[in-house]
Design a protein around this ligand. Structure first.
Ligand SMILES: [Zn+2]
Length: 109
């Protein structure tokens, strides 16, 4: 049973991820520790993310759980399990449990 990923807490985690991976963010570095000028790329497609875009723009940032919440519910709120991904990539990955975090509460589909 997946742990729910929505509400104020999920939004807060999204903003944390944005602050870390956007250009100049602490985690916006490559494997050798070199600063990534455009911020961290999408962990699903590898393309740059525009960190200023907001949901429901399909290119906006969402929190991707590297280990799925379905199989690892205990990692739902573990920040080391978060990766940056485009909303569109996250949604098309086929995991209906990966709810993107948006401006709206209770987004289900
Ligand atoms: Zn992507």
């Amino acid at each position: 049973m997946a742990v729910e990923w929505n509400g104020p807490r999920a939004k807060k985690e999204l903003e944390w991820l944005r602050s870390q991976h956007r250009p100049g963010g602490l985690l916006a570095v490559d494997e050798r520790g070199k600063r990534l000028r455009d911020g961290s790329p999408c962990c699903l497609c590898g393309e740059p993310i525009d960190y200023d875009l907001r949901f429901p723009n399909t290119d906006s940032l969402t929190v991707q759980h590297v280990k799925s919440r379905d199989r690892f519910p205990e990692l739902t709120w573990v920040r080391s399990n978060y990766g940056p991904a485009h909303f569109g990539c996250n949604a098309s990955q086929g995991s209906r449990e990966e709810l993107p975090v948006g401006e709206f509460e209770n987004v289900y589909w």
